[in-house]
Design a protein around this ligand. Structure first.
Ligand code: HEM
Length: 831
């Protein structure tokens, strides 16, 4: 048992079953009794026995109560976790979801394939990479795709865009599902001793997963049936009324929120992890078998041609199902070489027999007492050379089509078999085939970027594709924090709890606005030698002093102060900004100054100082309702400002340099505090974009009452607002615009601004940044009409450090998972 647990821990559990049977019993022994601590476990890789357990004698067997109990807190009682009559009931409820008419909706897949492509495009490399993307892990993208497809299928739609409802935590739900699943696996491995495990972390993940499903359940229960579907149809554009939406159908038979949550979650987890792992393994194998890739791509292109952007796929369900034999052979062979569910099990409900394995020749029935567990090693069954031939170790899809096609029985059970056979099999096959076709139409090559390239295959907890380095821990990493403040209470302890393998050093260093290396006296070179991660405002080492450095997390939202450093210019070290830390406080500053101006607060404070009561001006106070705010630069600050402004009843116009025509392009891909900002980009009533003066002018002429400047300072944005722009605001906006600058002073030409204020071309201005900065004593801008000036403090908040550390933790997790870091600085764009 210890050996088995060790094998599970090192991701070779399924292979270990073969090694143990072959090594300890012999290659021709296929059924064995293995003593565990205080019980006996039968292991059988004999298809005849497997058929008896899963199909012909299935009344004698069921899933074990330990397996059910391991999963129960995570997904609740549903098809996976129930036995007997309850299971029958669940299966009958869920089966209609998988009728042919429900699984042939290729539009559903296409919508989400487009999101997948957009996510892949974000990894696009620069010209030097000759059309290749940067190296990245496809697997997390397949998880997202599967989650979105399943959510849409089970709950009616995938993107939480219903106005008036707080969205579920779409961003982190995958992480909670994975972490929760890992706990379930460990609980399962510990069998009846699972109570030994601490449960606080597990509970946290369970709660998050429940909350995700509950969000939809509550929505369905709060809205009557018709309105639920109408709402979905309106917001997804999909014809939900004609579809079988599991939640909606279940809600016709029960209004119990826990049952609705559990039944749907059981299927959601089953469908998300499996299909995404299958896709992960397909591409894992394809990029290691060029011959197969070439042959498959030829088949795909011969039938369906190349991908044409913006054009529908042009083929239907039946073509996917019937016309690409090699594609289906590739899927079959992938499921043989890397079965997504490599181990299965059952327990005997009564005294029974297995047809084979007893007697001197091991061909006699074996008595099995009630309560005995049997392990069905799907992987080992598909690896028997006596069944599959001497090339069993090879990835060779041809075996499925040559000689008239391979017929298979219970030696090949990637989808289980018998009474509890996978309900989602056809759906999973069609969905995977569709995604593979579209990928092959669009990309002419995939390459193995794993290091080392021949790392062994690793099978993680039941359902996950885990290549040698695709998922990493932070073992071997060393984090150096160089901060201008003392260690915030509990910071190091928290990092240690979350990343036990990570070595952390904390160094206090006075803040500097420019990038400065640390003197040797402060931090010896020796310390830098094996630092792999650095958190700092501006203290960067010389590249040769920190040869292992991989990732620098800046504490500032901008990165311009490091552009000229050798570490940034001459290395490929990843730099990430703290973009997102400023949204809350700066948006508050914008709204505070705007409202203060509109409500005449500065004047009343002056009057207060003079102890004078005067309300003669009160009829000119304007409130914000129905006014329009234009946000120049729709980043994290702009999005949070939009959120607050929209809450006050304002209309939002957004301006971005690059066009945002699709829902995905409007989404916020950076870090933000939970529950804030505009994650989907759904707040603006109008989007403007473009680099030309005409584009900018179209935005400025759109009737803005408040213009918020929130763009980074680049060559392009230097003096973006000059005389011509203020004249335009004066003529189109009739001087009603209030300008708020929280970006950088030089975005505005100071003299032109002062002139505009004096001439009444704009209503007033709030400036947290100026040019020059600091604004010298006596500078004419101090005395300009209707201006509020603060000394570059809008970004200050007592929560700043907390948020910087949250970004660091988020990126450490991503680093550990091999996922692209958030807020990564694009060296070409300069932000
Ligand atoms: C490559 C993809 C998939 C694989 C390899 C797979 C594999 C399996 C296996 C091995 C079982 C049997 C478990 C057992 O015998 O205890 C199963 C059951 C099940 N699968 Fe799948 N599955 C896949 C995709 C899906 C999808 C996409 C869905 C739903 C949309 C789904 C829904 C289910 C359900 C509901 C059951 C439970 C059946 C029952 O217990 O009655 N599966 N799957």
């Amino acid at each position: 048992m210890i050996e088995g647990l060790r094998a599970t821990r090192t991701d070779r559990g399924p292979q270990y079953v073969i090694e143990a049977l072959d090594g300890e019993m012999g290659k021709d022994v296929h059924t064995a009794v293995v003593p565990m601590f205080d019980y006996d476990l039968i292991v059988s890789r004999d298809p005849v026995n497997v058929q008896a357990v899963l199909a012909t004698e299935s009344a004698d067997w069921d899933i074990s109560e330990h397996r059910a109990a391991s999963w129960l807190p995570f997904v609740g009682l549903g098809i996976f976790t129930s036995r007997g009559e309850h299971w029958k009931h669940s299966r009958a409820l869920i089966r209609p979801q998988f009728a042919l008419g429900q699984i042939n909706d290729l539009d559903l897949f296409e919508r989400h394939v487009q999101h997948l492509f957009a996510a892949i495009d974000r990894h696009q490399g620069d010209e030097t990479e000759k059309g290749w993307t940067r190296a990245f892990d496809l697997q997390p993208l397949f998880y997202n795709l599967a989650l979105d497809v399943m959510t849409e299928m089970l709950y009616g739609y995938s993107l939480p865009v219903l106005p008036g409802y707080e969205s579920p935590d779409r961003e982190n739900i995958g992480k909670h599902m994975d972490a929760g699943k890992a706990w379930v696996e460990t609980r399962g491995a510990l069998w009846k001793y699972r109570w030994l495990l601490p449960s606080k972390e597990f509970k946290k993940h369970c709660a998050a997963v429940h909350k995700y499903a509950e969000w939809f359940v509550q929505l369905r229960l709060q809205r009557d049936a018709e309105r639920y579907l109408d709402g979905l149809q309106q917001h997804t554009g999909a014809a939900n009324k004609d579809r079988y939406v599991l939640l909606h159908e279940l809600a016709k038979t029960t209004q119990d929120p826990v049952e609705l949550r559990s039944q749907t979650l059981n299927v959601l987890i089953a469908g998300r992890d499996t299909t995404s792992a299958l896709l992960g393994w397909v591409f894992y194998l394809l990029c290691r078998h060029q011959r197969v890739w070439d042959k498959l791509r030829r088949e795909v292109l011969d039938h369906f041609g190349h991908y044409v952007p913006g054009q529908a796929s042009g083929f239907g369900f039946r073509q996917v199902r019937d016309s690409l034999p090699y594609l289906h052979a590739v899927i079959n062979e992938t499921l043989r070489v890397a079965p997504v569910v490599p181990l299965n099990d059952r327990v005997a409900l009564r005294d029974t027999v297995l047809p084979r394995g007893g007697g001197p020749n091991r061909d006699q029935p074996v008595f099995v007492p009630k309560g005995t567990q049997i392990l069905i090693p799907t992987y080992a069954l598909a690896q028997r050379p006596d069944i599959w031939g001497p090339d069993v170790d090879e990835f060779r899809p041809e075996r499925w089509i040559e000689n008239g096609g391979r017929k298979h029985g219970f030696e090949y059970i990637p989808f289980g078999g018998g009474v509890r056979q996978c309900l989602g099999q056809q759906f999973a096959r069609i969905k995977s085939a569709y995604v593979i076709i579209r990928m092959m139409q669009r990309y002419d090559q995939v390459a193995n970027a794993e290091t080392p390239p021949d790392a062994r295959m690793r099978f993680h907890h039941t359902i996950e594709n885990r290549s040698g380095s695709g998922v990493q821990t932070l073992k071997g990493h060393k984090l150096l924090i160089v901060a201008p403040w003392k260690e915030p209470a509990g910071c190091l302890a928290k990092l240690a709890a979350e990343f036990p393998d990570l070595q952390v050093i904390y160094h206090v260093q006075e803040w500097s606005a420019t990038s400065t290396p640390l003197p040797e006296a402060e931090l010896p070179k020796e310390t830098w030698k094996d630092v792999t991660i650095l958190l700092t405002f501006s203290n960067l080492p010389a590249p040769e002093d920190a040869p292992k450095l991989e990732y620098v997390q800046l504490m500032s939202a901008g990165a311009n102060h490091v552009f000229d450093t050798p570490l940034f210019k001459d290395t490929e070290v990843t730099f990430c900004t703290a973009n997102g830390v400023h949204g809350p406080q700066i948006s508050e500053w914008v709204i505070t100054t705007y409202l203060a101006f509109e409500h005449h607060v500065p004047e009343y404070l002056e009057l207060q100082k003079k102890a004078h009561w005067n309300r003669s001006d009160m009829m000119s106070i304007e409130d914000a309702v129905s006014k329009t705010v234009g946000i120049l630069g729709y980043g994290s600050i702009g999005r949070q400002t939009a959120r607050v402004a929209a809450a006050m009843g304002m209309t939002v116009h957004a301006y971005t340099l690059h066009p945002r025509p699709t829902p995905d392009s409007r989404r916020d891909h950076g870090w933000r505090p939970p529950g804030l900002g505009d994650p989907d980009g759904s707040l603006p009533a109008k989007w403007f974009s473009g680099a030309s003066t005409a584009d900018l002018h179209a935005f400025l002429a759109s009737g803005l009452d408040l213009l918020v400047i929130a763009t980074p300072l680049t060559e392009r944005t230097q003096h973006l607002l000059t005389k011509a722009e203020f004249e335009l605001l004066g003529s189109c906006g009739k001087g009603r615009t209030f300008v708020s600058n929280i970006a950088r002073g030089p975005v505005i030409n100071t003299e032109d601004l002062r002139d505009a204020l004096e001439r009444g071309l704009i209503r007033g201005a709030a400036l947290d940044v100026t040019d020059p900065e600091p604004l010298p004593d006596g500078h004419p801008l101090w005395g300009a009409r209707n201006v509020i000036i603060t000394p570059h403090v809008s970004g200050a908040s007592t929560r700043y450090v907390e948020r910087v550390l949250a970004i660091l933790e988020c990126n450490l997790s991503r680093l550990a998972e091999g996922v692209e870091l958030v807020n990564r600085v694009d060296r070409k764009r300069g932000y």
